[in-house]
Design a protein around this ligand. Structure first.
Ligand code: ZN
Length: 279
């Protein structure tokens, strides 16, 4: 999409979770995409008009790419994506170097949304103002997390899902990172901090685990994509990439542990963990 022109933005309804921004189609149609980015779970599409499209997938949203010529799909996801056309709500008609392409936003439950605002105003966007550091890059470190976690009785799981502590970590990767770090999701966040506010070694371990989980997920996603399309061409589940998430009742993947993965519910979300090796 980068460098390509959006010939037309097609809206097939008036809203998603929220109404589309004023004159959304007119302001996006005919612009050129100068960059694609991300902040937390928000996708950013920078346009040569100086405005940026902000898109959030909600619970069930997905983009798929269809080449006008071949109708082929690009991408593979843990959660199978809906291809039901009645849930195709937004279509970016792209005129790129590889010909005409449709980038289609599909969202059966419509918890996703899109917004459009001047690039220079992004930092003041309400959803961005309170976001913590990104989990990739140098902004996240154990000392910074220690300052946020000190004295907190909130469970570690909830503290990690709190976007003001770390931006963009979701349920799956929080479960995976806690398992890798050998930390219980129910222990109080403050127990990873010394009385003088320094990170304990387990918090240092947790930060390393968060980075590693994300790096591995990106790497595995890339290689699975090609393998998967070559074998059967369908989209599906990639649970083999997870060590603990969605593995209730399975043996713990830690070779030094004979525990079993359990599922509990914390703040309405499933937590998968091993009570034997996560302390
Ligand atoms: Zn275990």
């Amino acid at each position: 999409m980068e460098g390509a022109r959006i010939g037309r933005l097609e809206l097939r309804r008036a809203d998603l979770r929220f109404p589309f921004p004023t004159a959304f189609s007119d302001r996006v149609s005919g612009t050129r995409i100068v960059g694609l980015g991300r902040r937390a779970k928000y996708l950013l599409i920078d346009l040569d008009s100086g405005e940026t499209v902000i898109a959030h997938l909600g619970m069930s949203g997905s983009f798929r790419v269809e080449h006008e010529a071949e109708n082929e799909l690009s991408g593979a996801f843990h959660h199978a994506r809906s291809k039901d056309e009645k849930h195709d709500h937004v279509v970016f008609h792209i005129e790129g170097a590889q010909g005409a392409v449709r980038v289609i936003y599909n969202d059966p439950r419509r918890f996703g949304f899109m917004d459009l605002l001047p690039r220079v105003d992004l930092d003041n966007y309400p959803a961005f103002r309170q976001l913590g550091p990104e989990p990739v890059g140098n902004a996240l470190d154990a000392a910074g997390l220690a300052a946020r976690f000190a004295g907190r009785s909130q469970p570690l799981k909830a503290a990690l899902l709190d976007q003001s502590n770390i931006a963009g970590l979701g349920n799956i990767y929080v479960c995976e990172a806690l398992w890798r770090a050998g930390l219980s999701p129910v222990r109080a966040a403050g127990t990873t901090v010394t009385p003088t506010g320094k990170p304990k070694k387990e918090l240092v371990r947790l930060v390393e685990a968060i980075r590693a989980v994300i790096a591995d997920a990106i790497a595995v996603g890339g290689s699975s994509l090609r393998d998967h399309i070559r074998t059967d061409g369908t989209l599906g589940y990639f649970q083999h990439t997870f060590r603990v998430y969605d593995r209730e009742g399975h043996a713990c993947a830690n070779p030094e542990c004979d525990g079993t993965v359990a599922r509990i519910v914390q703040a309405g979300r499933s937590t998968f963990y091993c009570s034997r090796c996560q302390e």
